[in-house]
Design a protein around this ligand. Structure first.
Ligand SMILES: [Zn+2]
Length: 265
């Protein structure tokens, strides 16, 4: 074959070939790195990861995977790499779906690591990626905390009927009470169990839920949510128990004695 044609073929095909080989090699390096970490061979594991980080480009699958592995062992190093990668993204680049998705990933990771490392969040941290999986996870957790707080807190809380319907719809099945009457009977049982004298509970509306959601960004750790939620003085104060012939506290519009107050405690 003519040398110049061979040269041209090499020039056009070599990059593609090396990309193919690169991907397989990257995957092998990544698998081996995880194995080495399990064996406590950290130095060798980092050598494997460095091979990937130097061959792959920012935001590529292998690069993101490598940094995620680094993150488990050296969060500060991973944060530095995320920041470096974010610097390379241009406004034009953000218009491509690949870069936009990658950028959200980086922003969520940057925020997560800042929480972990106790570094204050900036406005940019809070503005980017509010719809990220991480944000959703925090919202669900917050909702769990508020739902649990009916039993755990000094101040009992319960959702009003409007909020209950909206929250039930927005959650995966089985994660929030779907039968309002059963939910309120459960609260009634909690209130009765606390017994003795007049009890005041907080009736939480959808507006209260939205206010609580605004707190998620203030909470750097999920445990902070617990503290914020238990200290949160939201909702309307409701006295319990009502008189037997008064409307039930649960908002059904039925007299207490014929609703949650039956059978009498
Ligand atoms: Zn009732």
């Amino acid at each position: 074959m003519d040398d110049s044609i061979a040269e041209k073929l090499r020039a056009c095909c070599a990059p593609a070939l090396s990309d193919d080989r690169g991907e397989d090699a990257d995957q092998a390096h990544l698998d081996h790195a995880e194995y080495l970490f399990d064996e406590n061979e950290d130095a060798d594991a980092y050598a494997e990861l460095n091979a990937v980080l130097s061959s792959a480009t920012f935001l590529s699958e292998p690069w993101l995977r490598a940094i995620e592995i680094v993150e488990d062992h050296k969060p500060a190093l991973a944060l530095g790499m995320y920041l470096l990668a974010m610097e390379t993204i241009t406004p034009e680049g953000l218009r491509s779906p690949v870069h936009a998705a990658g950028y959200l990933h980086l922003a969520a990771a940057r925020r997560r690591l800042k929480w972990e490392l106790d570094i204050p969040l900036s406005d940019a941290d809070l503005l980017i990626g509010i719809d990220s999986a991480e944000g959703m996870a925090k919202s669900w957790r917050l909702l769990d905390l508020v739902a649990e707080s009916q039993v755990a807190d000094e101040q009992p809380r319960f959702w009003d009927r409007g909020a209950l319907a909206a929250l039930t719809q927005s959650r995966p099945r089985g994660t929030f009470p779907e039968q309002p009457d059963a939910y309120y009977l459960e609260i009634e049982a909690v209130l009765r169990a606390r017994g003795g004298g007049r009890i005041v509970a907080n009736r939480m509306s959808l507006a209260d839920w939205k206010r609580l959601q605004g707190l998620t960004d203030d909470a750097r750790h999920l445990e902070d949510l617990q503290t914020i939620v238990s200290g949160h003085d939201g909702g309307a104060r409701v006295e319990w128990p009502p008189k037997r012939n008064e409307p039930c506290w649960c908002g059904s519009g039925v007299k207490y004695k014929k609703c949650c107050g039956w059978p009498p405690g």
